[in-house]
Design a protein around this ligand. Structure first.
Ligand SMILES: [Zn+2]
Length: 57
């Protein structure tokens, strides 16, 4: 099962939890708050930045 990292928006506690169902509500194990947000997984993120921006104007 995939493990996701969550961060509590109340106390700022970060924790990992198994998410089997998408509709499942994740609760912070520290303060029992439901205001948690899923952190980005440690995968290679493609950043599309305008590196070839010619200074014109
Ligand atoms: Zn919390």
């Amino acid at each position: 099962m995939p493990v996701y990292t969550f961060k509590c928006g109340n106390c700022g506690h970060t924790f990992k939890d198994l998410v089997s169902d998408k509709e499942r509500q994740v609760t912070c194990p520290s303060c029992k708050s439901t205001e948690v947000e899923q952190q980005a997984s440690k995968r290679k993120v493609i950043n599309i930045s305008p590196t070839t921006s010619a200074p014109g104007g």
